[in-house]
Design a protein around this ligand. Structure first.
Ligand SMILES: Cc1cc2nc3c(=O)[nH]c(=O)nc-3n(C[C@H](O)[C@H](O)[C@H](O)COP(=O)(O)O)c2cc1C
Length: 160
């Protein structure tokens, strides 16, 4: 079956997701990337995953990092999310951060933060699935979650 990849992307976009930033250490400096492929995997042991595009110029750095930190974004993080989704824009300079024991910082005022050791990297088509084992987590802020739906940022309708 041949597949129209634009139509496929559009159909996948019908699934609303949250938005996260993953940070990891490169050579002496930390980098961040905006992702919506984050998902929980296992409670015991505590595992989560996200998927990294193999065409990203930071692919090898994120895949080979010993650990990574996941920050779940709120609606106030929209500009930071857009910035860290721009090609080549992975620097955390000027972004409000929260230190972690693991090393890669979290974004300040995140809804939840997960510090993870790299568990497995699984090649899957044009992406790599990165499984992380959660060492620590916290919930620094209780603000409204940033939502991504049909290629646009959105927010939950808290009244329904
Ligand atoms: C809402 C949103 C979600 C994204 N989710 C992912 C993702 O899960 N995995 C990924 O590799 N890139 C994802 N991206 C794209 C990256 O954030 C970024 O655009 C890309 O890595 C930039 O290219 P570069 O890494 O070559 O500089 C997402 C972008 C947006 C706006």
């Amino acid at each position: 079956m041949s597949m129209d990849s634009r139509a496929f992307r559009d159909a996948l976009g019908a699934f609303p997701t949250g938005v996260a930033v993953v940070t990891a250490a490169g050579t002496g400096v930390h980098f961040g990337i905006t992702v919506n492929s984050f998902t929980s995997v296992s409670l015991d042991p505590p595992l989560l995953l996200w998927c990294m595009d193999r065409r990203s110029r930071r692919h090898d750095m994120f895949v080979h990092a010993q650990g990574f930190t996941v920050s779940i974004l709120g609606t106030d993080h929209k500009d930071v999310s857009s910035r860290l989704a721009r090609p080549g824009e992975h620097s955390l300079e000027g972004i409000a951060l929260l230190a972690t024991e693991l090393g890669p910082p979290a974004l300040a005022d995140s809804l939840a933060v997960f510090e993870c050791l790299r568990d497995q990297a699984i090649e899957a088509g044009d992406h790599t699935i990165l499984l992380g084992r959660v060492l620590r987590f916290c919930q620094p802020a209780a603000s409204a979650p940033l939502v991504y739906y049909r290629g646009r940022y959105s927010a939950l309708d808290q009244n329904s």
